[in-house]
Design a protein around this ligand. Structure first.
Ligand SMILES: C[S@@+](CC[C@H](N)C(=O)[O-])C[C@H]1O[C@@H](n2cnc3c(N)ncnc32)[C@H](O)[C@@H]1O
Length: 283
């Protein structure tokens, strides 16, 4: 006898709870499998679930609960700044905190045509959003991993954004091309290597190269300080996402690299220091 949708949903919610996962993920995953909105799902709860859909859903529930695969990798997308981005195991799942980084960059700039680079672009979430929000901007997205850039290019294509993708180490691709930029934005890997074992097993399924910023988490900021003076214009804005407790260190690095710049540490909606912005225009 076939199961009703609500029975399958109840089973998945309990299975997630028993395995220490968010129960609400069950509804999210089920809606994806049934291709239903929330309202449609609730109107269909007493309908039977066809056996094929049920089996693929159960398989995904087990992948999340037992193998810790993030739900976003199972369904293949995540929302960022109101748009849907393709994600897979080659890219970091874009986070709401990074939407705040984008908002701060937009709030401190205008429609004026600028050259902008997103360093460590991953799914392309930052570069694509900036390019769509500011169509006059010339946006570069750099990543060390060709597999990430492939996802970023698919996202740009799907969302109709024009971004120039470059493969390479931090800012090196634009240094090599002699390109100067007005805005540098980056959410680099910033987790200290020793913190990785304490991360949730679901987060540990994301690429390590997207998470770990050396022994103290600050490696990429340090390396960027050496490259930045070669690429920024005199009026540039530099905006970095940072991890917990890194505000002062990154602020000091930027202040030492650009002594007359105005450098701020900003907090996210959870009151955690999350962004450091240097405005070179005040130099
Ligand atoms: C924290 S993820 C950020 C991804 C995306 N920008 C976001 O905010 O969702 C860091 C990204 O930096 C890339 N990366 C790591 N080392 C790099 C390097 N040396 N040069 C360029 N990109 C690098 C990783 O592949 C990963 O995509």
């Amino acid at each position: 006898m076939s199961s009703k949708i609500y029975e399958v949903l109840q089973w998945a919610s309990s299975f997630f709870r028993e395995h220490g996962k968010e129960e609400t993920a069950a509804e999210w995953l089920l809606r994806h499998h049934l291709q239903m909105t929330r309202a449609q799902l609730f109107a269909s709860l007493r309908d039977p679930m066809d056996e094929a859909s049920k089996q693929t859903f159960i398989s995904d529930v087990k992948k999340h609960a037992l193998e810790h695969i993030p739900i976003q990798y199972l369904i293949g997308y995540e929302q960022f700044y109101g748009r849907t981005f393709i994600v897979n195991e080659h890219v970091l799942i874009p986070r709401p905190e990074t939407e705040e980084l984008v908002s701060h960059v937009l709030a401190r700039t205008t429609e004026k045509a600028l050259s902008v680079v997103d360093v460590g672009t991953g799914s392309g979430a930052i570069a694509i959003t900036l390019s769509l929000e500011r169509p006059t901007w010339h946006v570069y997205g750099i990543d060390i991993a060709a597999s990430s850039l492939e996802v970023a290019a698919r996202n740009a294509n799907q969302l109709g954004a024009c971004v120039h993708w470059l493969e390479g180490d931090l800012l090196q691709p634009i240094i090599d091309r002699g390109i100067q930029v007005d805005v540098v934005v980056s959410n680099p890997p910033y987790i200290p290597a020793s913190d990785v074992p304490a991360l949730s097993p679901v987060v540990q399924k994301e690429p390590l190269r997207a998470l770990v910023g050396g022994e103290d988490g600050l490696l990429f900021y340090r390396r960027l300080m050496e490259q930045l003076p070669h690429v920024v214009t005199s009026q540039a804005l530099i905006a970095f996402e940072i991890g917990h407790g890194q505000g002062q260190a990154v602020q000091t690095m930027l202040q030492q690299t650009f002594p007359s710049a105005h450098v701020d540490v900003l907090f996210d909606i959870n009151s955690k220091e999350r962004i450091v912005i240097a405005d070179l225009a005040s130099e």
